[in-house]
Design a protein around this ligand. Structure first.
Ligand SMILES: C[S@@+](CC[C@H](N)C(=O)[O-])C[C@H]1O[C@@H](n2cnc3c(N)ncnc32)[C@H](O)[C@@H]1O
Length: 325
């Protein structure tokens, strides 16, 4: 007999979803330590994992970081950084610090995550000068607001919110001076799949109705209806983590369609094997020399089960639809 989900089940599930943020950061930290890419800030958020990670995982993260970065940099160039970025379910991501180092900061960079994740991130920032100094350096004007659950400086904000509660989300963003008229880039990396299709489409619709000029970059699972996808689902389920939004991740077409159905004007999607094969050959040669990979087939299967999807709405005519990989 099917049992109704209780609020305790929902709490356990949300806790498991929050745990995925550590997984992502540990994998990134490991790949950085091997030399896949440079990130001098990740060591302040997570300890080096005790066990090694499989090379296909690190190569997958490399393709993800490069792919997202290419799209994001193209948006910053099109808007000449006269824009804002909202990183949804940002976890312990270090993108703000990277953009600051590259002199590519938008007018304001917002991060949103559950209160417990935001609190942890703020604690790290407060206690580690290499993290807090760049925020202070980019800050001007009135005093910087920081408490246990939120941080608001002139160029960077961390907001505690549940992405399923859109009016509270909007209110919190507005309190931190989010400007709907600025070209806005929304980024979600492995986040939407943890929300039901109704919740994620409400979020996408909220974004198009709030921002006249915007782009959305979504990185997450795809082709999940096949046997390999089923195993991925079962692995996460064994850790209490249900991919409740998996139905939208059945194909590249379903990923694109969800954006078009939510009011976005253009949407494109590619799987990560495609992204990997478009990387500069010299970069691929360098990273493939870092670790020996026995199972090329496993890498390919894994890469066929993740994708990048990006969507635009361009009322100002900035040429956002031309952005591609
Ligand atoms: C797999 S982690 C990815 C973190 C980060 N985007 C990255 O790529 O490193 C998923 C993140 O989404 C957050 N998240 C998932 N559902 C959320 C929701 N409804 N509201 C706020 N944050 C959410 C989780 O707490 C977690 O930090």
């Amino acid at each position: 007999m099917a049992m109704a989900a209780t609020s305790r089940d929902a709490d356990v599930f949300d806790e498991a979803v929050r745990g995925t943020c550590d997984d992502a950061s540990l994998c990134k930290r490991y790949a950085v330590s091997i030399g896949y890419w440079k990130d001098p800030y990740i060591e302040y958020f997570v300890r080096q994992p005790k066990e090694r990670k499989a090379p296909e995982i690190s190569r997958g993260y490399y393709a993800r970081v490069q792919g997202v970065s290419q799209l994001l940099t193209a948006f910053l160039k099109k808007t000449e950084c006269n824009c804002q970025i909202i990183n949804l379910g940002a976890g312990l991501d270090t993108l703000f610090w990277k953009l600051k180092d590259e002199n590519l900061l938008p007018k304001k960079y917002f991060e949103v995550d559950f209160p417990s994740i935001a609190t942890r991130k703020i604690h790290h920032i407060k206690s580690k000068p290499p993290l807090s100094k760049p925020i202070m350096e980019s800050h001007s004007g009135e005093s910087l607001l920081i408490d246990a659950h939120s941080l608001d400086s002139s160029r960077y904000a961390i907001i505690s919110a549940d992405l399923r509660e859109l009016s509270k989300l909007e209110e919190s963003l507005k309190k931190c001076n989010m400007d709907p008229q600025l070209p806005t880039l929304l980024v979600a990396e492995c986040v939407l799949i943890y929300m039901t299709a109704e919740h994620s489409s409400a979020l996408l619709r909220w974004a198009t109705s709030t921002f006249p000029t915007a782009m959305f970059i979504n990185y997450e699972q795809v082709n999940m209806a096949d046997r390999f996808g089923q195993i991925m689902i079962e692995n996460l389920q064994s850790r209490q983590c249900n991919l409740v939004g998996v139905e939208v991740c059945s194909s590249l077409e379903s990923q694109r369609a969800r954006f078009l159905a939510s009011g976005w004007q253009t949407a494109r999607s590619v799987d990560m094997m495609d992204v990997y094969s478009r990387l500069p050959p010299a970069d691929v040669k360098r990273i493939e020399a870092l670790e020996f990979l026995d199972e090329k087939e496993l890498l390919e299967q894994l890469m066929h089960h993740y994708c990048l999807c990006w969507a635009t709405k361009d009322t100002c005519g900035l040429g956002l639809a031309d952005i591609g990989l």
